[in-house]
Design a protein around this ligand. Structure first.
Ligand code: SF4
Length: 808
């Protein structure tokens, strides 16, 4: 097929534009080999579930199968563009190793069974543990990849039906810091900015956000601005030489774990140079004087000493931020998965606030998400918080939720902060949680310190239920495995990182006896006979649309108000950003256009936490310090990470992702073009470090931390000296040798005190040559893992990766 190789060029053809102009449409399409447009019987509306950008697309169906995808040209998020994972990832649906029947463990082996047997086993164990130990014996660990309707059902049954406090998502690993930083600054979760801010910004600051690989279509939008008239200036903070950094006006490469010192220094410079919007600060914030005092000592020289960034570069970066007229700031895992994560993300909020860069076109903050539906995990309470961004410490909010669910307020656990995922796994390790239901995620590869995780999941006393579409590394340890339907096989909605809600419709049937997650949760609630206080079924909805209507009622009057939305509206040309209600009948491009709206004491989702220890602030203290509900400018001192390099482990190891894979590769490794682009794990090291260690590109290395050793081939890349990088996607399901290679064998069990997000960016590590056999390192060459010396075989997909790009 004619077209462009979208593995070789992940971002596609440029459509340059200038500030204030609208971004052109470019409709990308990929159909399976041999399929033409005329073969497609139906196009079914959907959006991407392989990243958080929310690219709207249609699914091509022929002969009862998905045969391709094309972008939706009218959608506000992508204007028709698709990234490589969107174009090729759907092929995983057809894998012959999909789970098609429930499995139960018999005689140490997983054997096929029917749904009744599997569900009865789960229900029987639930009942016996409730009788023996109460709801604290149960734990539910979900994902950022299901649909809103499914999360809301799960949160209702766990919190409202079982009165169980142990519910969280793998979004804890991914975007917990995003929500927490927004709560700390704005009193409530809810993304202030919009992707449309890219169209207007004169300065874009990306903090630990490799947007070129994590949200390829958003990067295409930025690239189109960069190649158009009056391009924005870019500030990039990243220890790696990413594609974003290659285009930067200023690129800062701090030592991992030192973000707070660096961001404090940026604030110090902005304040010292009088770049503060005094009127905006006075009208919209509290805490400026204390913040100014906290950061006063963080001169550029201090930042240079702590972060290893030249003082002149810190000053240049501060000038970019300080002189911007329209500043868009974005944040992702380089901040969220690092030391003092929430405090650092809050300082980015603070930079925009002190500059008055909020609520106007081009002036936004995007505390990005990682997973496609992470936003919904947070909105619905499937992350342990209460649905609708209600405040667990506010009795009126708990009572209001009890009214929605028609249960007693005391039935809803709210005596203390929600149990976070790592605490849940610790409870399982210690034996108080004896039933763990894992849906749509793979902790045996994605959690830190894997030897420990495998051993706790493998305990006889733990009853492990895994609900997934493949036999993952976690499923292999389960007592019961439930086969789930996936994207394209079920209907539901989800919300991207700029609050845009999309509808994804069922296009084809799931394989075998696999069922939608919504049906599985409803079945569980029904078999448990969960009822409200009038004796009616607690889960009173049936299909996805009625679940959505139930959620709308729960969201009424809250920041994430969906009451004005309907499936019918979402079947229109574009997704719609919340809130959608009487005040915003067509959705809301950006929050806080008219002052800070959700931080008032009666409204806020959180009364805040101590920025260093994470101890909750008392309600009375919050009311006294912020009676009018303004944004909170909170700061604190830099504290080094708990594990720092030593003589034995002289490097800082960071883990991360590549453009071509998602999460633990369960889907992307089954899409041939994506797997071929990044087929094997690698480790990155700088040229100076490699020379000092006498190592060569392609050498097979052993990488060790105080916890374990893995093997990977060396890629000499543009990474900062003293830092190693391992992609975390590679587990063991497709590795017959079971050679230790998962990056999380090495990572540390430690988390941010506010968001409880684990630290994947700061482990101490050492390297050693295992073999020099002349084999190449197969890491992608067109991303941050590009080699410093030109590669004779650059990453390309060939004819099988050609997609059409149509511009009207
Ligand atoms: S790969 Fe990382 S950022 Fe992406 S969804 Fe998974 S945890 Fe989140």
């Amino acid at each position: 097929m004619a077209g462009r190789d979208r593995i070789a060029d992940p971002w596609g053809r440029r459509t340059p534009y200038g500030p204030g102009q609208s971004w052109a449409t470019r409709v990308d399409q990929y159909l399976a080999d041999g399929v033409t447009d005329s073969d497609v019987e139906r196009w079914v509306q959907s959006a991407s579930v392989l990243h958080s950008n929310g690219d709207a697309m249609d699914i091509a169906v022929a002969g009862g199968r998905v045969v391709g995808v094309r972008g939706r040209g009218g959608d506000r998020v992508n204007r028709g563009r698709l990234g490589p994972k969107d174009l090729f990832g759907w092929q995983a649906n057809h894998s012959t190793d999909r789970l098609t029947a429930p499995l139960i463990r018999r005689g140490g082996r997983l054997v096929e069974t029917d749904w009744d047997t599997a569900m009865d086993l789960i229900v029987a164990r639930t009942h016996s543990l409730l009788a023996e130990q109460g709801p604290g014996a149960l734990g539910f660990y979900t994902t950022g990849q299901l649909f809103l309707e499914e999360y809301y059902t799960l949160a209702t049954l766990v919190h409202g039906g079982l009165s169980c406090p142990h519910l969280d998502g793998n979004t804890r690993l991914c975007t917990a810091t995003s929500g927490e930083a927004l709560k700390e600054t704005f009193g409530s979760d809810g993304q202030p900015g919009s992707y449309a801010d890219v169209d207007h910004a004169d300065t874009i600051a990306l903090y630990g956000h490799n947007v070129a690989e994590t949200q390829t279509v958003l990067w295409a939008r930025i690239l189109d601005r960069l190649d158009g008239p009056e391009p924005p200036r870019l500030l990039v903070v990243d220890p790696r030489l990413t594609e974003v950094a290659r285009r930067a006006t200023v690129h800062l490469r701090p030592l991992p774990g030192t973000n707070v010192a660096l961001f404090n220094a940026l604030l110090q410079q902005v304040i010292a140079h009088d770049w503060v919007d005094v009127d905006f600060v006075a009208a919209n914030t509290v805490g400026f004087e204390a913040l100014a005092k906290t950061v006063a000592g963080y001169t550029s020289e201090v930042a240079e000493r702590i972060c290893g960034v030249p003082a002149a570069d810190v000053e240049a970066a501060a000038r970019l931020v300080g002189e911007a007229q329209r500043l868009l700031s974005t944040v992702l895992q380089g901040v969220y998965q690092s030391n003092q994560a929430t405090l650092a993300a809050m300082q980015v909020n603070n930079l925009n606030l002190v500059r008055g860069m909020l609520g106007r076109p081009g002036c936004g903050i995007l505390q990005m998400n990682g997973q496609p539906t992470a936003q919904n995990t947070r909105e619905t309470g499937a992350n342990g918080d209460l649905p609708g961004f209600r405040n667990w410490a506010n009795d009126a909010h708990v009572a209001d939720l009890a009214r929605v669910w028609n249960v007693e307020p005391d039935a809803i656990p709210h005596a203390g902060p929600p149990t976070h995922a790592l605490q849940m796994f610790r409870y399982a390790e210690e034996g108080s949680i004896r039933f763990l239901w894992v849906s749509g995620t793979n902790p045996a590869v994605s959690l830190p310190e894997l030897r420990r995780v495998r051993s706790l999941l493998n305990q006889d006393r733990l009853f492990l239920v895994v609900q997934d579409i493949f036999r993952t590394e976690t499923a292999e340890l389960a007592d019961v495995v439930l086969p789930a339907a996936t994207w394209g096989e079920k209907t539901g909605t989800f919300t991207n990182a700029d609050r845009t809600v999309h509808l994804s419709e069922k296009a084809v049937d799931p394989p075998g006896r696999a069922r939608p997650d919504l049906d599985i949760f409803r079945d569980y609630a029904s078999r448990l006979n969960l009822r409200d206080r009038d004796g009616n079924p607690l889960i009173h909805w049936g299909d996805p649309e009625s679940a959505f209507e139930a959620w709308k009622a729960a969201s009424a009057g809250r920041p994430c108000d969906y009451t004005g939305l309907s499936y019918q509206m979402l079947r229109g040309p574009s997704g719609i950003p919340w809130p959608v209600n009487a005040q915003h009948p067509h959705g809301c491009e950006r929050l806080y256009t008219d002052g800070i709206s959700f931080a008032a004491p009666h409204m806020c989702e959180s009364y805040g936490k101590d920025p260093v220890t994470g101890a909750p602030t008392e309600p009375a203290q919050y009311r006294a310090s912020n009676p009018q509900g303004k944004a909170l400018l909170k700061g604190a001192e830099f504290v080094p990470p708990s594990e720092v390099p030593s003589e034995k482990f002289p490097y800082v190891l960071t883990t991360g992702r590549t453009l071509f894979h998602f999460h633990t590769r369960t889907k992307t490794a089954r899409a041939p073009q994506l797997q071929a682009a990044a087929p094997a794990v690698w480790v990155e090291m700088s040229a100076a470090d490699a020379a000092r260690e006498q190592l060569q590109e392609g050498d097979l290395l052993e990488i060790s931390s105080p916890r374990a050793t893995v093997a990977a081939r060396l890629r000499i890349s543009g990474i900062r000296d003293g830092v190693l990088f391992l992609p975390f996607h590679y587990g063991y399901w497709d590795d017959p040798e079971h050679e230790p290679r998962a990056a999380n064998e090495l990572t540390i069990t430690d988390w941010d005190p506010l968001s409880k997000q684990p630290m994947f960016k700061t482990a101490a590590a050492a390297v050693r040559l295992r073999t020099r056999d002349g084999q190449p390192c197969l890491a992608p060459t067109n991303t941050a893992s590009a080699p410093v010396h030109p590669d004779p075989c650059p990453t390309a997909g060939g004819a099988g990766a050609h997609a059409q790009e149509v511009t009207p």
